[in-house]
Design a protein around this ligand. Structure first.
Ligand code: SF4
Ligand code: SF4
Length: 468
């Protein structure tokens, strides 16, 4: 009896590593392996493959079959398989929810890269709307309507704005956090950090337990970019408030939006944190660099007076290599995924959606509307529902379905892409708005190669450390 015909799976991804090895990853089994270049050459050598002709053992052949790299399935059969898998994984994602509350759209800063500008431009009058206690009760009711099972909810609610921690909103923010705490939620906030000293009674490991604060370089650069509408420079006060938060046992993640102008000031800022003893709060304090991307969208957001000179992603990486500072870049998640899989000898995690906006993320605005993405709050065309009535939500089914019915197998270009369950199809908002998706398509193989090499090198380092 003749042996069934095998071929290289369409979903076998291979990338060259720096030491002449190759990393093999399979796009739907989630297998990850390090192999020799000669093994890869054989796999690519012919349209049909046979164990008799293979220049390696039968055992290796069986492993390659088991892990999906060589297959009897046609490309069409593999595509159908991945579509079924994407559907199932998407259904699983929809079981889980995470919630964001925007206490108000108002802000005491006048940074030009800010959603409040967009809302004000639209003349909606929403920028001055603030949550009331009644609306907060309705938002918590709506969370129960969306998902009555607490075990499937992310028990951390994000506070976002505008600026979520404004002194004048202290009463309503306190109400929201205390009520959420009684219901089993903890809170984190993306805040400018300017008035957090007024929220000290909420700052604790079981209430408002994590803050993300942006500091755009040293005092010189930060005060030019992130200024208070009446007080001007904000650097000194934010730096002091970071210390207050840490003293309360609250996690603080510092984000430095980085371009060519403020890059040099990162070391100075790090030295300041060192001098203030912030790095001693080992599990609480972290600093990462945010890559200011020169996309059409970012360019629209950036005021010419900000004097921003964008880095390409490659340039930024080269500059930061020697600076011992974590870069929050698009390859980070992929790196973590690959590294954990190699290091723990397990499979990579596969996901059919670019973000939770396609499954279970809900953002509650003070005007009574629900959105699913922080980038679209205040934009009427993206409202998913209205929670302003008691114990019910009036959904805009068309808008909701537009987001919740898409995953990699429903987007034509992604349904034909071997990277689909690793790339996740990129940001769905950019797909909807036909904007450049920097983390996708042309750049994804480059990102993949970077992440794979980083993961492999970290793995080798880990192995070497274990031997010593
Ligand atoms: S901007 Fe894109 S990736 Fe981010 S939450 Fe919105 S849809 Fe998702
Ligand atoms: S966005 Fe591009 S790279 Fe990502 S899965 Fe879709 S086709 Fe592939």
């Amino acid at each position: 009896m003749s042996e069934p015909t095998y071929k290289l799976s369409f979903y076998t991804i291979h990338t060259k590593l720096e030491d002449k090895k190759v990393m093999l990853v399979h796009g739907y089994t989630g297998a990850i392996d390090i192999a020799s270049e000669s093994l890869l050459s054989y796999l690519q050598s012919s349209k049909t493959l046979s164990s008799d002709e293979a220049p390696f053992s039968r055992e290796t052949w069986d492993i390659l079959v088991k892990r999906g790299y060589i297959t009897q399935k046609s490309k069409e059969e593999e595509k159908q398989y991945i579509a079924r898998m994407a559907d199932a994984l998407h259904r699983r994602n929809k079981l889980f929810n995470n919630f964001t509350i925007i206490p108000s759209y108002d802000c005491n800063f006048r940074c030009s890269y800010c959603i409040e500008n967009i809302i004000s431009e639209k003349g909606t009058g929403w920028s001055k709307k603030t949550f009331t206690k009644e609306m907060a009760d309705k938002a918590f009711d709506a969370m129960t309507v969306i998902n009555p099972h607490m075990e499937f909810k992310n028990k951390q609610i994000l506070l976002y704005g505008g600026e979520p921690l404004l002194k004048e909103n202290k009463e309503i923010v306190t109400y929201i956090v205390k009520k959420g705490y009684e219901l089993g939620y903890k809170f984190k906030a993306i805040t400018n950090g300017y008035e957090i000293e007024h929220f000290q009674d909420l700052l604790s490991s079981d209430m408002l337990y994590t803050l993300q604060i942006t500091i755009d370089g040293n005092k010189f650069w930060h005060d030019q970019r992130r200024y208070h509408y009446s007080d001007g420079g904000t650097f000194d006060r934010i730096i002091k408030n970071v210390g207050i938060a840490l003293e309360h046992g609250v996690g603080v993640g510092i984000r430095i939006n980085t371009d060519k102008n403020n890059l040099e000031s990162i070391n100075e800022l790090k030295q300041l944190f060192e001098n203030l003893g912030y790095y001693n709060y080992k599990n609480l304090f972290s600093v990462h660099v945010g890559w200011l991307q020169d996309t059409e969208q970012e360019s629209q957001k950036v005021d010419k007076n900000n004097n921003i000179q964008f880095f390409s992603f490659k340039e930024l990486n080269i500059e930061l290599k020697s600076r011992d500072i974590e870069v929050s870049d698009p390859s980070n998640n992929l790196f973590n995924n690959l590294y954990h899989a190699i290091s723990r000898k397990t499979h990579i995690t596969l996901n059919p959606t670019g973000c939770s906006a396609q499954s279970g993320a809900y953002v509650f605005g003070p005007e009574g509307y629900i959105y699913n993405c922080l980038e679209v709050v205040g934009r009427k065309e993206y409202i998913l529902g209205d929670f302003s009535e008691n114990h019910t939500i009036n959904w805009d089914d068309e808008n909701k379905n537009r987001w919740h019915s898409t995953h990699i197998a429903t987007i034509p270009k992604c349904s034909n892409c071997k990277y689909a369950l690793l790339c996740h199809g990129g940001c769905p908002l950019k797909t909807i708005e036909n904007k450049i998706n920097l983390t996708s398509c042309e750049s994804f193989p480059i990102l993949f190669n970077m992440a794979a090499n980083k993961a492999y090198n970290s793995y080798l380092e880990e192995q070497a450390n274990q031997k010593h």
